[in-house]
Design a protein around this ligand. Structure first.
Ligand SMILES: [Zn+2]
Ligand SMILES: [Zn+2]
Length: 389
């Protein structure tokens, strides 16, 4: 059975909701308007509504029968701190804030599934619709879990989707095991000895040290990590100096580190510290690497990943499902939910990504034409997981 026919009846209304959220983006933990809209719609559809987890989080619940089985379906609600460059009518009305990651679409499709499931209730058990704040670096999913998400709303499995340009609309992709990477940050502070740029021998040039460090960091993934493992170290900025003829005292280098396996993550952290100290010592400078761990890797549970792929094949057609897509070095805070409850995250095709339609691009826009697939997938996931026995 492909797209659920009922869902097509309110596809236009879902598009309106999606565009309304797109026009009113809100950053992590400030999703007041979005949370209000979600809570209002959930109540209108006939769900119990719980608010306040992780400040702006919302959970909608529906039940049927006496079965104790429960499924969690999760969406994220926050936007990114960037200026939208689109000019269409539903462009962001908030300067410097934009739904460039498609979370407006995630929120909408979960509302669509809530509407359908609350009306039809072709299942036995409980469905929790989890709307989390602050996915973009704020760890809203972690805070919800810490504040007792799965104690208050016990789930036997939890599922999420992320839209993905580069995959055709109507197609989906997933895999068992690592789906997204651990995402960490570093700050390297180099202390040399400043002075006149014409007399470098009187000082210790932090730029020369920094240049060596940037290059030496690239030898860690290539020389210290097993080639069959994935690891990325990328410098995001170098800050220091202010004049053409002055060598400054200090230089600051920052960036991101990605990996999948915990052992690789430990090794990266350890080697970065050694390489930074060693390169500085070579020049008589001092340097420290502050390494801050962010989201751990998002690991799909094998049985739930297979179940989700089976449901995706039912909705989208078996030929349109990639069951073993390559993992992404991006990060996701759905990882914290998967550490507590078995489950899986899948990619949803958002089209070819032409015209700037790539995630985190200032021209990004979630593709409304695929909303019916996404709502049908979430709805069937719940119906099949909670099939009467
Ligand atoms: Zn994002
Ligand atoms: Zn995202």
């Amino acid at each position: 059975m492909p797209i659920i026919p009922d869902v097509l009846d309110y596809a236009d209304e879902l598009t309106q909701i999606r565009r309304d959220i797109h026009a009113h983006p809100e950053l992590g933990f400030t999703e007041e308007r979005t949370g209000d809209l979600v809570a209002r719609k959930l109540a209108e559809y006939g769900c119990e509504v719980h608010r306040g987890l992780a400040k702006t989080g919302v959970v909608g619940t529906i039940r049927r029968g006496n079965s104790l089985r429960a499924i969690g379906l999760r969406a994220d609600m926050d936007c990114l701190p960037m200026q939208e460059q689109n000019t269409f009518a539903h462009r962001s009305q908030h300067d410097g804030q934009m739904h460039a990651c498609g979370h407006d679409g995630h929120t909408t499709m979960l509302l669509g599934a809530a509407r359908y499931l609350a009306k039809t209730r072709n299942f036995e058990g409980t469905v929790h619709f989890i709307f989390q704040p602050g996915e973009e670096g704020y760890g809203g999913g972690r805070v919800m879990v810490q504040e007792g998400l799965f104690d208050k709303f016990p789930c036997d499995a939890v599922f999420a989707m992320h839209n993905k340009p580069g995959i055709p609309i109507g197609n989906m992709a997933g895999r068992p095991g690592p789906m997204l990477a651990a995402s960490d940050r570093f700050d390297i502070h180099i202390r040399g000895k400043g002075g006149h740029a014409a007399h470098p021998h009187h000082g210790i040039d932090p730029f020369v040290v920094g240049a060596q460090i940037v290059l030496a960091l690239q030898t860690i993934p290539s020389r210290n990590i097993d080639p069959v493992d994935s690891a990325v170290i990328s410098v995001g900025f170098i800050k220091g100096g202010s004049a053409y003829n002055v060598i400054p005292d200090e230089l600051h280098i920052g960036g991101t580190v990605r990996s999948f396996r915990p052992e690789v993550r430990d090794r990266l952290e350890q080697r970065m510290s050694e390489v930074v100290k060693g390169a500085a010592a070579l020049h008589g400078a001092e340097a420290v690497c502050e390494y801050r761990r962010g989201y751990p890797s998002t690991i799909n549970h094998a049985a739930e990943a297979e179940f989700a792929a089976d449901v995706a094949a039912e909705v989208c057609g078996a030929d349109n499902i990639d069951r073993n897509v390559a993992p992404s070095l991006g990060g996701e805070d759905f990882c914290y939910m998967l550490q507590k409850v078995p489950g899986a995250m899948l990619w949803l095709g958002n089209g070819p990504g032409e015209g700037g339609c790539m995630l985190h691009n200032a021209r990004y826009d979630f593709n409304d034409s695929a909303l019916p697939y996404r709502v049908s997938f979430f709805a069937r996931l719940a119906e099949r997981f909670l099939e009467p026995r």
